[in-house]
Each structure stands twice: as C-alpha cells, then as structure tokens.
Design a protein around this ligand. Structure first.
Ligand code: DC
Length: 227
C-alpha cells in the first residue's frame, strides 16, 4: 500500500484552521481538505428541502441524495459542488454555521462522511481540518495539531471576516454563537471536538497569521522532516 502523508488540524470555530491549513497545504504541495465545509454542504441540502438539522428521520431519508464533489480553484480555495451546483458561497453564513453544527451530531451524517474523508487521505497527501480528524477520521495522521485561541479573539476574527464580506454582524452575537457552537461540538456523543492525545496544542491568541503559519511549519518540519 502506498503511503500518503496526512496532517490533521482540529480545533474550535474561528481558531484560523481553514486559512492556516490552506497555507500549509500550499507550502507542502498537499491537498487541502476543509471538512467543516462538507458538514455545511449537508446542512445546506437539508435546509433547502425544508429538513431541520435535528430531524433524524428527515436527514436519514435525504442523506443518500447528497452527492458532494470537492474542487479547487486557481487560488487553491476549496469549492463544494452539491449535486452539480457550486454552493461554496451559500454555506458561509452564520445560519449555515449553526445548522452544520447541529447536523454534525447526527450519526447517519457522520457515518456517511467518514469514508469520503478517509478516501481522500488514501489518495492524496492531505492537510485536513475539522473537529475529529486527529481523533476519529485519521487517527494515524503523521502530524496532529490542535489549534485554539481565546473565545473573544476567535469571535473578533470571525466578526471582522463577516464585515469584510459585507455581511451585517454584531460582535456580541458572533461571540455568543461561537460559544454555543463550541459547547455543542465538544458536548456531542459521537466524535466530539477534542484534542487527540498525540496532538500538538497551538494557541494562536497572541499570534498573527504569519506567526501561526510559521509555528505550524515548525511542527511539521519536526514531525515529517519536510517543509
Ligand atoms: O469548521 P466549520 O466551522 O466550517 O464547521 C462547521 C460545523 O461542522 C462545526 O460547527 C461542527 C461540524 N464539523 C464536525 O462536526 N466535524 C468536522 N470534522 C468538521 C466540522
């Protein structure tokens, strides 16, 4: 069996996982996989058909219709193609964040997506970010990083991201949503958000993006001997 390298980056919402995972993947020539986007896409599909994320029967009925393709544009950004349609923009709203978090607690959803994620890691060198990559999806990953930052700092970053995209946002609301989502993601029964025993903890509270990227590159170099 040919072996591909895998770097798992987990952590709570707004820790900078996506940006840092994308940069790390670009630097190493690995494929970047944002698994949160996959849960968001499933949530979007259900919402489109009027199925609430906690409606286990409805979600179970429709999950088989969810055909997801992951593509990348010239800038290396991941695009989510749901049954032939690019929904990458539609899944990036506060409403879809809440829906994705709720739907990700459904066993049928996690099982449906597990093989898809593992298959990507079998075919490519990957930097995969999410909540349970180091603990459940790729327990054998070569490098595991648990990325975190103080809630107020994560909320501030998320708030500024929303404003930059021209969306309306209130900081206090962003913070409250983020804390609710953390509690839900860490508190669920199946594959909760948790630092793997062998993961390196990286707190980015006092770091800017370049500093955090450099810290990750250092961890990767130490574990993999590359980068
Ligand atoms: O990373 P994100 O904020 O786009 O993820 C959206 C939601 O998806 C998150 O609140 C919980 C869920 N998720 C998960 O349960 N497991 C993953 N590996 C990634 C995301």
């Amino acid at each position: 069996m040919s072996h591909h390298h895998a770097i798992a980056i987990d952590g709570p919402a707004g820790a900078g996982k996506s940006t840092l995972a994308r940069r790390t993947a670009a630097a190493l020539g690995f494929r970047y996989v944002d698994t949160g986007a996959i849960y968001r896409t499933v949530g979007y599909h259900m919402d489109f058909y009027g199925i609430g994320p906690r409606d286990t029967d409805g979600v179970t009925r429709l999950i088989g219709d969810v055909n997801i393709e992951i593509t990348y544009d010239g800038a290396g950004a991941q695009h989510m193609i749901l049954n032939g349609r690019d929904v990458s923009g539609d899944i990036r709203t506060p409403e879809m964040s809440a829906i994705a978090s709720a739907i990700s607690a459904q066993r049928v959803v996690r099982e449906y997506l597990l093989e898809m994620q593992r298959d990507l890691a079998r075919r490519y060198d990957v930097v995969m970010d999410g909540r349970d990559i180091g603990t459940v999806v790729l327990p054998g990953a070569d490098v595991k990083i648990f990325l975190t930052a103080a809630p107020e700092i994560r909320a501030r970053r998320r708030y500024e991201e929303l404003l930059a995209k021209g969306q309306k946002a209130v900081y206090e609301q962003v913070l409250a949503d983020l804390q609710k989502r953390d509690a839900q993601d860490a508190g669920r029964k199946i594959a909760p958000l948790r630092q793997a025993k062998d993961a390196v903890l990286l707190d980015t509270s006092g770091l800017d993006l370049d500093q955090a990227a450099a810290a990750i590159a250092g961890i990767v170099r130490e574990k993999l001997g590359i980068g």
